[in-house]
Structures are given as structure tokens and as C-alpha cells.
Design a protein around this ligand. Structure first.
Ligand SMILES: Cc1cc2nc3c(=O)[nH]c(=O)nc-3n(C[C@H](O)[C@H](O)[C@H](O)COP(=O)(O)OP(=O)(O)OC[C@H]3O[C@@H](n4cnc5c(N)ncnc54)[C@H](O)[C@@H]3O)c2cc1C
Length: 384
């Protein structure tokens, strides 16, 4: 039986392990931390479910469906739209197929003329051009500036105008196809489900790798094949590649009295550092203890608590200085930045060593799973 060692128990590493195991490999996964999931974990603080940043799961992701793990997990559907706050009013926009109440605001001239909107449908059908998303959407200035950018900045965790058109389009494709959910018990439950049945050794740090050996804090391990599926920064160091540019994000979690906010929508807009905010427990009641509401707010730069509270006050039209800050998840390396000319799938092997992770495909759960599977497929077609 061929033996594989996989470095890193994020979604890429675990999916690679799952597929290799199905193909008859003996697989050992080495993980630096004390739990599976990498960037996709959850904690429980004072009865609140705190995900590692505002994270949703799209059950329509093709690679997630292949794992079938969502079947065993309870989830809460998010609205397939958002609220955009302006000084005098709130626009409610989204996928009209999911909620007809989005139609009146979608028709507003704020989001472009009818011609602009219909042309955008044409853009979605056209072959993807390799430019930045901002360049590709040059013909749809109102739709882009007033709707797509405020929403997508919080998805790609950077200014979406500079992101690869192909990457942004793929994310829009999945949004149109599926309905994102929050996971009962936190997004970390999906990571635990992916880990089930895998041989993962925790609290082991990989220090260096060759084609057939892995040197760790617990000694050296030999195998027929070695896969590096760590985070992008560690992987680039282990493989002696240039470090990819990474985006920064922080998510602030507040505890407020139930009923202060009744909206179940993601909210964007108004002046300030917050890219989006949502009352999570209005969607997933199990995220907060009874009588309380859990609010998340994400920023794309390090922001002062004062500026976050001030922005949230305008966004939700309520006083926020007495909101209790539960915790803040600061993620310096949240997502790999993918600009134009980025390959949709990078080489699977670097100097003889297999490499998986979202930075090799698209920065998403789908991208991480796909990358792991592609590497596993390539390895299993080798002769050992
Ligand atoms: C705030 C935030 C929100 C997000 N929201 C969404 C979303 O809503 N939808 C979506 O599709 N995607 C989202 N993503 C993206 C998604 O989480 C990532 O694309 C995905 O988790 C990447 O998985 P990975 O396996 O490639 O890497 P990682 O998750 O980084 O896994 C790498 C693993 O390697 C381990 N490791 C590192 N160094 C070593 C070492 N030396 N030895 C052993 N192990 C090591 C790490 O501990 C980690 O477990 C979000 C990400 C963030 C940060």
C-alpha cells in the first residue's frame, strides 16, 4: 500500500487525504495546531458561537457536494441578498429568484439603467476575459460601484476591483447557484466532519520537506509521496517559492440585547472601516444564548474600536457604545490575493513536492477542496 504524508489539516489537506484514502493509500496528516480546519474553525465564548471571522458555507460548491458531509450537518439559510445603507434609506437587493421583495430596489436607477443591468447578464454569459474585475466591469459603473463592490469586497476580503475577473466571476457563479448557510455549532463543525476517518496527528510542526521525507518537531518521517498543504505563507517557505500577497481582515463580535436589531440581512454601506455586518443569531439562533444577539462586523484593515462602534452606529441606526465586545478575530493572512493573470490552477508539483491549498486555485472553501482533490488525483495516477 503506497504511503502519503500530508502537511496541514486545512480543507485542502484533508480533502487530499480523503481522496487518497479512497484510492487505497495509507495516509498520515500532520497538523501544527490542536484541531483540524486551518482557517475554518469555531470557538465558544460565554455561550456565543464565534467562527474564525464571518464565514458562510455554500452547499452548492461542487467539491463540498462530492464529500457529502453537509448531509449530516444542521444549518441555517442566509438571505440571498443584502441591505445597503445610505443616509436616508436602506436598499434591499439580492437574487430575485430567492425573494421577490428584492425586485423594487433592484430596479432603482442607483444600480444602473435597465440597459446596464441587462448588459451585465450578457457579461455573465460571455467567455471570461483575463483582466481585473474592475476593468471587466467598466461598462457597468453604477451596478459595480453601488452593489457589486460593496458586497464583494467583504467576500474577497480586499478591494474587489483589483481582483482577477475570473476569480470574482467564479464567486458570483457560486452565489447564483447556491444559497449560503451558517452551520449550527459553527463552521468548525464542517472541518470536524471532514476530519472524521482520517489519521491526523496534531501538535506536530513540519520544519522542512523533500520529495520523500518530512522533518518535524517529532522527528523525521519517510513516505512514498509528500504533500505540502499548509497555509500559503508556510508553504511558500517550505517550497522556497515567492510568498504570495495575502489579504488582512478582522471580525469583531458584539453581544447586544435581543430585539435591538431585527434584520436577518448582511448590511453594508455608510462611511467607516466596516466592510459588512450581520446579526448572526437572528439567522442562527443557536449562535447566542437566550435573550442576546450576536453581531459580527468585519474590517479589511486594523481599525480602532471607536471607529468600528461609530460606523456600526450609523449602519444599524442604534447607539453602540454600550455593546459588549466579546472578542475580535484578527487574521493577518486571511486570503491569498489573486490579481489578473493569476492562474486558476497553479502547478500541482513544485521541485518534485506536491502542493495543495486555496492559493493554488481560488481563495475559497471550494478552491481549497478542489486543490486537494486535484493533487490526490495526480498522485494516484503515478506508479508507486
Ligand atoms: C475570515 C475568513 C472568511 C472566509 N469566508 C469564506 C467564505 O465565506 N466562503 C468561502 O468559500 N471561503 C471563505 N474563506 C476562505 C477559506 O476559509 C479558505 O480558502 C480555506 O480555509 C483555505 O484552506 P487551506 O486548506 O488551503 O488552508 P488553511 O486553512 O490555511 O490550512 C492550512 C493548515 O496547515 C497547518 N499548518 C501550517 N503550518 C504548518 C506546519 N509547519 N506543519 C503542519 N501544519 C501546518 C495550519 O495549522 C492549517 O491547519 C474565508 C477565510 C477567512 C480567513
Amino acid at each position: 500500500m503506497p504511503q502519503a504524508v500530508i502537511c496541514g489539516a486545512g480543507w485542502a489537506g484533508m480533502n487530499c487525504a480523503r481522496v487518497l484514502q479512497e484510492r487505497g493509500f495509507s495516509v498520515q496528516v500532520l497538523e501544527k495546531s490542536d484541531r483540524p480546519g486551518g482557517r475554518i474553525t469555531s470557538d465558544f465564548v460565554d455561550g456565543f458561537t464565534i467562527d474564525n471571522g464571518f464565514q458562510v458555507v455554500n452547499p452548492a460548491y461542487a467539491e463540498l457536494r462530492e464529500t457529502a458531509i453537509m448531509d449530516g450537518l444542521a444549518s441555517f439559510k442566509l438571505a440571498k441578498g443584502l441591505e445597503i445603507v445610505e443616509t436616508n434609506r436602506i436598499y434591499k437587493v439580492g437574487d430575485p429568484r430567492s425573494d421577490l421583495r428584492f425586485i423594487p430596489d433592484l430596479l432603482s436607477a442607483k444600480f444602473g439603467s435597465t440597459f446596464e443591468k441587462l448588459s451585465f447578464l450578457g457579461y455573465l454569459r460571455r467567455a471570461t476575459e483575463d483582466k481585473t474585475f474592475g476593468e471587466a466591469l467598466g461598462d457597468f459603473p453604477n451596478l459595480f460601484t453601488n452593489l457589486l463592490k460593496p458586497f464583494l469586497d467583504g467576500v474577497v476580503l480586499t478591494d474587489v476591483s483589483s481582483v482577477s475577473n475570473r476569480v470574482a466571476r467564479e464567486l458570483i457563479h457560486w452565489f447564483i447557484k447556491g444559497n449560503p448557510v451558517l452551520i449550527d455549532g459553527g463552521v468548525g463543525r464542517v472541518s470536524e466532519a471532514l476530519a472524521a476517518g482520517l489519521d491526523i496527528e496534531f501538535n506536530v510542526e513540519v520544519k522542512s520537506v523533500t520529495e520523500r521525507t518530512v522533518s518535524t518537531t517529532r522527528g523525521e518521517i519517510s513516505a512514498d509521496t509528500v504533500v505540502v498543504a499548509t497555509d500559503p505563507i508556510t508553504a511558500s517557505r517550505l517550497l522556497e517559492l515567492n510568498m504570495p500577497k495575502m489579504n488582512y481582515s478582522e471580525t469583531w463580535y458584539f453581544d447586544i440585547a435581543e430585539g435591538t436589531i431585527t434584520s436577518k440581512f448582511l448590511r453594508v454601506g455608510s462611511e467607516g472601516p466596516v466592510v459588512n455586518s450581520i446579526a448572526l443569531s437572528n439567522v442562527a439562533p443557536s449562535f447566542a444564548p437566550s435573550g442576546r444577539t450576536l453581531v459580527a462586523a468585519t474590517t479589511l484593515q486594523s481599525a480602532s474600536e471607536f471607529s468600528v462602534r461609530s460606523h456600526l452606529s450609523k449602519l444599524w441606526s442604534v447607539e453602540t457604545q454600550h455593546w459588549r465586545l466579546i472578542t475580535k478575530r484578527e487574521i493577518p493572512y486571511s486570503l491569498p490575493f489573486k490579481g489578473s493573470k493569476s492562474a486558476m490552477v497553479d502547478e500541482l508539483r513544485v521541485a518534485g513536492i506536491w502542493c495543495a491549498g486555496d492559493w493554488r486555485t481560488t481563495p475559497s472553501q471550494q478552491g481549497a477542496l478542489l486543490s486537494g482533490k486535484l493533487v490526490a488525483n495526480a498522485i494516484s495516477s503515478f506508479q508507486y
